[in-house]
Design a protein around this ligand. Structure first.
Ligand code: ZN
Length: 325
């Protein structure tokens, strides 16, 4: 029988209350104005004092959905105001991680409001571990739904008053194992190896893929205005001329932008999988996989050059690697 002591330890924590986390600032017009600006909220109740004074509220109130913002730590993690608890309300999540349930995905977030908060009020919240579900198998993996509730209060001389709460639920899980790689060497293999998609070659882009086969990076050029464009198309996007040629590019450029794909891991790619948007010295941009560059060395502006690699025996692709100086 599996040892579930650790799970009982976590379930016994359900109902546990974690202490106060205070707001750095009293409810103030500067934060409200900035929040409204960022969120595109234009209701004058939140920013126009003369308007707000004539309403039932008798002055500016904060947008209810701003509730969580008041008690946030700010730029630096765990930087809470003096007097705040130093207990970690996410203790249960740490315990799941210790058992190998390391991945997390947010599932629900429900905000409930008791009343508006007004300028000058001081808020804090407490956290409760509300629920830990039974083990569930999902498309993502196997794990547990964990629900926490943050209850927000306004300080009052004669007893603090609840102003709202935030319930959020996460799924802590062990991701499904990725399929074992299958080679094509074995004839009795039931599962065919997943290959890279082949490019769809048309009259418009055949020159590009012919070039790749020959170790050349070709960029489409208009025969009339001589402007370059990539990806190739049937018509010049600058002057709408229909007769298009190409140039042989130097293959040199720099990383204009990039992403590094971590998840989900989709065959046949290796992970992490860095993809660059390369600005060529000729001025056009091309999307391509980055290869042979250490993670920390992948950065915007880095000089790169094309390299051609063969995949699955018959597919040549242009990739980019660090420029050789
Ligand atoms: Zn043109």
């Amino acid at each position: 029988m599996a040892d579930t002591t650790w799970l009982n330890d976590i379930k016994n924590m359900v109902g546990k209350q974690y202490g106060k986390v205070y707001a750095w600032d009293h409810v103030n017009p500067a934060m409200i104005r900035q929040w409204c600006e960022v969120m595109g909220v234009t209701n004058p109740l939140y920013t126009d004092e003369s308007f707000a004074n004539d309403t039932e509220f008798g002055g500016i109130v904060a947008p209810p959905t701003m509730l969580q913002a008041w008690c946030m730590e700010g730029l630096h993690m765990n930087n809470y105001p003096p007097g705040s608890t130093d207990e970690n309300p996410y203790q249960a999540l740490k315990l799941f991680e210790a058992q190998g349930f390391e991945a997390v995905v947010a599932v629900n977030s429900d905000l409930h409001f008791d009343r508006y908060v007004s300028l000058g009020e001081k808020l804090y919240y407490t956290t409760q571990l509300t629920d830990v579900g039974d083990e569930k198998v999902t498309a993502l993996g196997t794990g547990y739904f964990v629900t926490l509730t943050l209850s927000f209060f306004a300080e009052q001389v004669d007893g603090d008053e609840p102003v709202g709460n935030l319930l959020f639920r996460v799924f802590k899980f062990k991701p499904h194992k990725k399929p074992e790689p299958v080679t094509t060497d074995s004839n009795d293999s039931a599962v065919p190896k997943i290959l890279r998609s082949k490019p769809v070659i048309s009259n418009d882009n055949a020159f590009f893929w012919d070039g790749v086969e020959q170790g050349e990076l070709r960029i489409q050029q208009c025969n009339r205005c001589e402007k370059l464009q990539h990806p190739p198309g049937p018509i010049c996007s600058h002057c709408q001329h229909l007769e298009m040629g190409y140039i042989k590019a130097s293959g040199k450029g720099h990383i204009y932008s990039f992403v590094i794909m971590h998840y989900p891991e989709v065959p046949p790619f290796d992970y992490p999988n860095p993809i660059g948007l390369i600005e060529l010295d000729e001025g056009v941009r091309i999307v391509a996989q980055l290869t042979g560059i250490k993670r920390d060395d992948i950065r915007i502006g880095k000089a790169v050059q094309v390299t051609f690699e063969k995949f699955d025996g018959d597919l040549t692709l242009p990739l980019f690697t660090a420029a050789q100086n």
